[in-house]
Ligand binder design. Structure first.
Ligand code: ADP
Ligand code: MG
Length: 214
């Protein structure tokens, strides 16, 4: 992925001396080289953000907030199109969790983006985002946030590697989404579970409830 823009830029640079007088070539050179450099810049930003994540600020929060933010991020940044049906189920009886709203929103947005990308080719792509309390006797001990899609599922041969950086099956993928999810959830003392079949994928994030002393 990182090499592709460089190959395009180099090819154009090599052709420049002999095609310099060709106005069409100059125009194409200008468009391609500028857009490929922009792409490279975005790739470097993503790697940089992954290498130097902002420090988490944990506060008792309502998980519905980062979930709602994630939908906005996924729509604006990852271009989720209108064809995808996105349903959310966010009940009001959730315990608070000790969390960083920004980091959780980013993590959930990666899950929504993956769900949308996996189901994009379906005739009726459908994503369900839900949060549920985990009951333990009288009170709730945790919240589980689930992102479910009706996509193609995770290929069995890469299943073991999907949380490793740069593991991707997408032509323009970076393979940093799930590693970011894993790290964020780990930093929240939570757990991620993936359940995938050729009919769809469900990713669940369990976040322990903040104790009342928090
Ligand atoms: N919901 C999903 N359905 C099918 N495959 C998925 C899903 N989520 C993740 N994957 C697989 O895991 C890989 C890694 O995901 P991720 O770390 O987000 O990187 P990227 O999305 O950039 O490829 C994806 O390329 C894809 O093959
Ligand atoms: Mg992704």
């Amino acid at each position: 992925e990182i090499r592709n823009p460089l190959v395009a830029i180099k090819t154009f640079a090599q052709l420049l001396p002999e095609r310099f007088d060709d106005a069409d070539f100059r125009k194409e050179f200008n468009q391609i080289v500028v857009s490929e450099i922009d792409r490279l810049d975005k790739i470097i930003t993503q790697i940089n953000n992954f290498a130097h994540p902002p420090e988490l600020v944990l506060k008792p929060i309502d998980v519905r907030e980062p979930v709602k933010k994630a939908v906005e991020i996924a729509k604006s940044r990852y271009g989720i199109n209108g064809k995808v049906e996105l349903e959310t189920s966010l009940p009001s009886n959730l315990p608070r969790v000790l969390g960083d709203e920004t980091a959780l929103a980013e993590a959930f947005a990666h899950l929504v983006a993956n769900a949308a990308e996996a189901s994009a080719d379906r005739s009726k792509p459908r994503i369900t985002l839900s949060a549920k309390p985990v009951r333990e006797g009288e009170h709730s001990s945790a919240v589980v946030v689930t992102v479910q899609d009706n996509g193609t599922g995770i290929a069995p041969d890469i299943k073991a590697k999907i949380f490793s950086p740069f593991c991707t099956t997408k032509p323009r993928g970076m393979g940093l989404g799930l590693p970011i999810v894993k790290r964020t959830v780990f930093d929240h003392h939570g757990r991620v579970e993936v359940d995938s079949t050729p009919k769809g994928t469900q990713v669940s994030v369990l976040l322990p409830a903040a104790t009342t002393a928090d």
